[in-house]
Design a protein around this ligand. Structure first.
Ligand SMILES: CSC[C@H]1O[C@H](OP(=O)(O)O)[C@H](O)[C@@H]1O
Ligand code: ADE
Length: 296
């Protein structure tokens, strides 16, 4: 295996576009899962193809609960993306993970509810492993690229994914921090990370810290106005980090050492003759490699 690298960037709150792309063009992409959050900005960075999708749409129209996560992942895969960098504004549960710092998230606790969490279902059942939900190779490249911009980067952290849109209560904030041992909190990385794994995409999650949620005795409650100030500065460094990625990744991508690009290899349970034709058709981009392998 091995195919040409294309970087996909899912921009979170505060990151709605990307400067510096050669031949930049906003392209509208249709998917069997509906419309993605917005058109997708395609172009090239140092000769590497890049696709940028603002998670909440330009103008921030989608709430964390209304983001069309399946359409977003499908659209990126359909365009040829191999490596997804998810960039998110997050609260911090650790004194040392201060506003302005970045954290390479490597684990999640999923407290979202009511979101479509899988491409698979009745008529085509699959179970992928998300024991290690992020790609260590891609995360290491992001960490190095971020440090080169002067950003304080923390390697590894557990992200509590909450439903929102309200921020946590003080009791929840203390529970996540003191009992569950979480490091950061946000509202969007789930089910995004699970869906990226189902689509056999490498996925790295960069948490850009904006606040201390509500647990910190010296920082009071979270409020969006304060978050926006930090978020704008974080987003500028996030873009610089992305610009440093092509030089740190191999363009003729060898198979991922973590196996992200082979996640579906032993995941499908439904027998070929028992599969639902409509669902299989919808899975063309996400799972075509295993559902409809090229004849030899
Ligand atoms: C702006 S505060 C809350 C908002 O910010 C984060 O969005 P994203 O993860 O897309 O950067 C958080 O998850 C909430 O959606
Ligand atoms: N404290 C917080 N909780 C949830 N999502 C966030 N995004 C930024 N800060 C956050």
């Amino acid at each position: 295996m091995g195919n040409r690298m294309m970087i996909g960037v899912i921009g979170g709150s505060g990151l709605y576009g990307m400067d510096g792309l050669r031949d930049a063009e906003w392209r509208s992409v249709d998917t069997p899962w509906g419309a993605p959050s917005d058109s997708i900005l395609t172009g090239a960075l140092d000769g590497t193809p890049v696709a940028f999708l603002p998670r909440h749409g330009r103008g921030h129209v989608h709430s964390p609960s209304s983001v069309p996560y399946r359409a977003n992942i499908d659209a990126l895969k359909r365009l040829g993306v191999t490596d997804v960098i998810s960039v998110s504004a997050c609260g911090s549960f650790r004194e040392e993970m201060a506003p302005g710092d970045f954290v390479m998230v490597d684990q999640f606790i999923d407290r979202t509810r009511g979101r479509a969490t899988s491409f698979f279902g009745a008529g085509c059942v699959a179970h992928v492993s998300v024991a290690n939900p992020t790609c260590a190779r891609l995360s290491a490249a992001c960490a190095e690229a971020a440090r080169a911009t002067g950003t304080r980067m923390h390697d590894g952290g557990t992200y509590l994914a909450m439903e929102g849109p309200q921020f946590s209560t003080l009791a929840e904030s203390r529970l996540y921090r003191e009992v569950w041992g979480c490091d950061v909190i946000g509202m969007t990385a789930m089910p995004e990370a699970k869906l990226a794994r189902e689509a056999e995409l490498c996925y790295a999650c960069v948490a850009m810290i904006t606040d201390y949620d509500s647990w910190h005795p010296d920082h009071g409650e979270v409020d969006v106005t304060a978050i926006i100030t930090t978020l704008t500065e974080n987003a500028a460094r996030g873009c610089k980090m992305i610009a440093g990625l092509p030089a740190r990744l191999e363009p003729d991508r060898p198979p991922c050492p973590c196996g992200c690009d082979r996640a579906l290899e032993h995941a499908l349970l439904t027998a070929p003759g028992a599969r639902d034709a409509d669902l299989v058709a919808r899975l063309d981009a996400v799972a075509g490699r295993v559902l409809d392998p090229p004849s030899t």
